[in-house]
Each structure stands twice: as structure tokens, then as C-alpha cells.
Ligand binder design. Sequence first.
Ligand code: WQD
Length: 334
Amino acid sequence: MSVLLTGGAGFIGSHIAVELINAGLDPIIADDFSNSSPDVIDRLYAITSKRIPCYEINVADAPSVSRIFEENAIDAVIHCAGFKAVGESVSEPVKYYRNNLDTTLTILEQMKAHGCENIVFSSSATVYGGSHTAPFTEDMSAGDCTNPYGKTKYFIEEILKDAAFADKSLSVVLLRYFNPIGAHESGLIGEKPNGIPNNLMPYITQTAAGIRKELSVFGNDYPTPDGTGVRDYIHIVDLARGHVAALKYAANHKGTEIFNLGTGKGTSVLELVHAFEQANGIKIPYRMAERRAGDIATCYAGTEKAARMLNWRAEKTLQDMCRDGWRWQQNCVK
Ligand code: WQD
């Protein structure tokens, strides 16, 4: 089974590529390397001993995507390509809407033109917004997003739903990611943020590496056990395996289905800091800071639906996430 993997050189996409190969499937990567590096393809070879075909294209460009479908018998698409910086999406919303929506529309048009019926989309728990009480379940309302990045995820979900409603041959799986962290255990692929990291785990690993002086803990007066924000951190390899399960589901169903990819367990900022310290024997200097605008107190997944319908569950521990994330940071060029 050949799978077009858009954004396949990125943090999430590269880990999906490995798991597709582990499952005996054949990924074909499309990436413009706008937020990734071509050497990821060599690293994927080092991990899998397979040369993954890679097209350096912009996924919004119809002729380029058409060529991929013409040159390969694509059975399914996993669509991860997209801009993802929350702060940048607030200052440059049009760039985000243009890129994230255009890439999806082009993929959908080209799938139709070439008779490809299965798509798995990289969505986010951010679509649940701030008004629900955790655990967040797939039947809860969505769309109340606080930033343009989140809105692009929600709008794309709606576009895909409408497409599947109109075309009964289409199978759409929307995967709502919680907080993917960690890295492949080889230490060869992982997350490489541009500039100062916005997300907690890369900030912790860069602080451990001495690149950042100390971590700012954004808020210690939330209604949580220790006052710091609670999130559902999931090992990137577990998350990637969720895509393999979703592909199998998509191949045997029609219409749209939504699944959370999370562990179902909430971990506070300070708990993650301490888990990292314990797993790696390194102290993380931190100080308390103001709440960050747009943050909610508690977010974790309901996992029952994915367990029941995809037969998938996250298996790795917080310790695995901390250990593997740190191994990657140490291998990463500063
Ligand atoms: C986790 C917790 C922070 C940094 C965001 C996006 C979401 C998604 C993933 C991506 C919170 C706290 C963080 C720091 C801190 N999308 N924190 N100090 O906010 O759950 O989700 O990233 O593609 O759309 O909103 O993740 O890792 O930024 O924060 O105290 O330096 O860590 O306040 O409680 P978040 P995060």
C-alpha cells in the first residue's frame, strides 16, 4: 500500500514514515522543507534501511501533486503539511489560511482526479477550544479556537467532512493530536524548533542543554493540583502508530470519523519538569511567570473511541518521552 505523506520530513511526518515502513507500507514523502531539512530523508534511511521516495514540492501546487499521483499508485494520503506556529499565525493569519487551506484543497482535488479515496488528516486538540471540561471526547463541539492556526485545523476538518458527505466513495479520518513530545529512540529524528521554542518540551531540553538559561513556568494559579497547566503528553512514536491504525480504518470505511490521539493522562508543567529531571539526572532551572495568553488550565484526551474503533492505545511512558527527547536534543545540531 502506497501512502502519500505530506510534510513527511517534519517532526510528526518523519516519525509516521518510520512507522509506515515498520507496518510494511510504502510512504512517499512530499515536503518543501520550509520547516524541515532534506537530511531527514537520509536519517530515515539510517533508521529503516529503506530509501523513501521524496518529492520536494509545495503541496498547494496542483501540477506537482498531480505528478506524484501519476508516477505512483497512491492508495491513501496522510496530510501533515502545514504551518504550525501559534504566535506567528496571530501576526500573519493570511499566510496561515492561504497555506494550510490551499494545501488541503489541492490534495483533495488531486485525490479525486486520480481516484484516491482515503485521507488521514493531522488535526489538533486545539479545535476543542477552552469551554469544555477534560477529558475531551470526540462528540464535544469544536471550532472555538483562540488563534488562526487552530482555526485552520478546524476549517480543514469541516472541508474534509463536506467533501466526504458529497462524495460517498471518500474516507476521511481526522486525528486530533494532544501534545506530542519525545523522539525516535535512535536519536536520529526529532523536533527542531526555529529560534526560541514555544512548546514546553523543547524548552526543557534546550534548558538542559544549556542553550536556555531557565524555563518560565507560565502560571501557577490554575485550578490544577499544583497550580500549573495540565496537558496530555504523548510519545511521538505512539502518535505515529496511531496513523497506521487510522489508515487501516480508513481503508475499510467510508465517510468521516474523528479520533483523539492522546494518552488520557494529564501531566502538569512541574510534573513534566520533574519527570525529565528524574529520567535524565539533570536539574532544570525554572521560575514562575505570568500565565500565557490563550492557555487553558487542563487538557487531556478521552481515549476510549480510538481504543475501541482503531484498536490503538498509547503505550510509552512519560519517562520514555523524557529520555528519548533528551537523547535527540543531545544529537541535534545547536
Ligand atoms: C504546554 C504547557 C504552557 C512553554 C500548543 C498549541 C497547540 C499545539 C501544541 C501545535 C502549558 C506551559 C509552555 C513554556 C510553560 N499545536 N509552558 N513554559 O499550549 O498545550 O499547545 O502546542 O502544533 O495548538 O496551542 O503546548 O507545549 O506550548 O504548553 O510553562 O516555556 O506548558 O503554559 O501549560 P500547548 P505547549
